[in-house]
Design a protein around this ligand. Structure first.
Ligand SMILES: Nc1ncnc2c1ncn2[C@@H]1O[C@H](COP(=O)(O)OP(=O)(O)OP(=O)(O)O)[C@@H](O)[C@H]1O
Ligand SMILES: [Mg+2]
Length: 335
């Protein structure tokens, strides 16, 4: 890979202090994203995807949350040691984010126009008129019907799909070098999802923006991502190029995810198998591998020792003691 490193997340841990104990939402997560690259972040609900994104944006709600360890090096600078003011300058200008829940990030009492103009005036020093013109242009780019009129609307006056478009326009308005799209389309119907994903792809390709795409939809990742991080219970359990992870998975959890979604195999007769069991309590993880109770490949060692990521192929890493058996598709055979 010749592209420059854009984001280097090192040993990031983000915890929440709750009545039930300390939830290790993100636990010792490391990954690298290069300029212009698209990384897919996948895993079941509650595995720490959004908290990873919020940590990068320094928007973890605190209390109860706290980034307890790690570095987030963005263009050579650690976001975690920056002042609030410095981070505010990065946020919205260099890093754009489309949040999982649009209504929590759009201000209900401000018009769309006002919310679009603000980063343009703040970060790019545009005058009000320049920002207005640019806002109209942005709404056009994201396929908003009648953009001039829409600038005067409030968030509740437009549809969910339109709000999502506004969020995309806002996130990309300052032409960021990194876009984090957290379930950017999952609340929408399928045809609109596809349209919006294509718009994101067109715009980010044009600007050369790197993207972290967070989704439950492995098909979306297959279509857009270069590399994939599979998260489970707050940790990355497998990572590598799209091809290596999807075609040659080395972690039983990845195998389970791939078997449980209808998106990759277009064969209508293909049997879907949900992963049995449930995700463990993040406040009370077992001493060994967090996936052990759901795993068809588990051996005694998995109960006792938590595996680290090890190289399982070319730039391909997996955290499983039994990755060789997984690769040979030999579940249930204990060695
Ligand atoms: N504000 C909070 N207070 C307490 N716990 C939290 C808070 N936000 C997140 N968590 C916990 O952190 C863990 C990871 O949550 P996160 O939102 O990152 O999951 P996710 O992978 O984004 O899931 P989903 O696919 O449902 O969006 C969960 O156990 C969640 O309950
Ligand atoms: Mg989430």
């Amino acid at each position: 890979m010749t592209a420059e490193t854009l984001l280097d997340v090192k040993n990031l841990s983000t915890h929440f202090r709750t009545r039930l104990g300390v939830i290790k939402a993100v636990d010792n997560v490391s990954f690298v994203l290069h300029e212009g690259e698209t990384l897919g972040l996948v895993g079941e609900s509650g595995c720490g995807k959004s908290v990873t994104a919020l940590s990068i944006m320094r928007l973890v709600p605190s209390p109860p949350g706290r980034i307890v360890a790690g570095k987030i090096i963005f263009r050579g600078q650690d976001l975690l040691t920056m002042s609030e003011q410095e981070v505010r300058n990065v946020r919205g200008r260099d890093i754009g984010m489309i949040f999982q829940e649009p209504m929590t990030s759009l201000n209900p009492v401000l018009t769309i126009g006002r919310q679009l103009r603000e980063p343009l005036e703040l970060h790019l020093g545009m005058t009000k008129n320049q920002a207005l013109r640019k806002s109209t242009e942005l709404l056009q780019l994201v396929g908003m019907p009648d953009p001039e009129t829409r600038l005067n609307s409030f968030p509740h006056q437009i549809s969910g799909g339109q709000r999502q478009r506004v969020m995309i326009a806002m996130a990309l308005s300052c032409e960021p070098t990194l876009l984090i799209a957290d379930e950017a389309t999952s609340a929408l119907d399928v045809t609109i999802q596809a349209q919006i994903l294509e718009i994101i792809k067109d715009l980010t390709d044009r600007i050369g923006t790197a993207v972290i795409i967070i989704t439950h939809n492995l098909g979306v990742v297959a279509r857009y991502a270069d590399t994939v991080n599979v998260m489970y219970a707050g940790r990355i359990r497998e990572t590598g190029s799209l091809d290596s992870v999807y075609k040659d998975p080395k972690h039983p959890y990845t195998v389970g995810l791939l078997n449980s979604v209808p998106t990759l195999d277009l064969d209508a007769d293909a049997r879907l198998e949900p992963i049995r069991g449930e995700i463990p309590n993040l406040a009370d993880l077992p001493p060994g591998c967090a996936f052990v109770d759901r795993c068809d490949y588990a051996v005694q060692r998995c109960q006792e020792e938590d595996p680290e990521l090890v190289e399982v192929g070319d730039l391909h890493y997996g955290a499983c003691w039994e990755h060789e058996r997984v690769a040979r598709n030999l579940p249930g055979v204990t060695v």
